[in-house]
Design a protein around this ligand. Structure first.
Ligand code: SF4
Length: 178
């Protein structure tokens, strides 16, 4: 087992005390950097920065952050839920560690694309069908997973096929439920 001992702290975000959302943090006694490439290979939509030993992943609208000696979750509706989710994530890490021989680790860096890079690949008609006033505001939301490529119906038109291929190459869409 990779993670055997850890302390859990549940709190409301310091920037928003009194918010009806909770964060939870597990401080680990073991360095889990070695498992991050395996999580990068198996968690769809994960963003990985090897040089910082940091990986983030969105699970059902919650942000999960993995660092060498810490795992954190945020934006959970209640205190118990935050702790339960965190313990579930630790189980996931331990299960992934146990079966690492079956997984090809992915050491490549994956980061969020810049909004401008997305914008350049959108149709740029500002047609508003996505519910946004402009293609650029859509790009801003797509970059942080608040919109999906499928929310832009224009991208299915044949003249934008090349742009869609480019977008699919740079957009990492998080699953609704991890
Ligand atoms: S639907 Fe697509 S083309 Fe229209 S405004 Fe939104 S992003 Fe731009």
């Amino acid at each position: 087992m990779l993670i055997e001992k850890y302390d859990v702290e549940v709190f409301t975000p310091p920037c928003n005390p009194g918010a009806e959302r909770y964060s939870a943090k597990a401080r680990l006694t073991a360095d889990i950097s070695e498992i991050l490439p395996y999580l990068n290979a198996t968690l769809r939509g994960a963003l990985y920065l090897p040089e910082a030993a940091a990986l983030t992943w969105k699970k059902g609208g919650h942000n999960i952050a993995f660092h060498a000696y810490e795992i954190a979750t945020s934006n959970v509706e209640d205190r118990d839920g935050a702790e339960k989710e965190l313990r579930g994530i630790i189980d996931l890490v331990n299960r992934t560690w146990e079966r690492r021989a079956e997984i090809i680790p992915d050491h490549s860096t994956r980061q969020r694309p810049a909004p401008m890079a997305i914008y350049k690949l959108l149709p740029n008609t500002n047609c508003k069908q996505c519910g946004e006033p402009t293609c650029f505001s859509f790009a801003l939301k797509l970059a942080v997973s608040q919109k999906k490529l499928a929310d832009c119906p224009s991208l299915t038109e044949p003249q934008y096929a090349d742009k869609l291929v480019g977008l699919e190459a740079i957009i990492i869409e998080a699953p609704a439920i991890g």
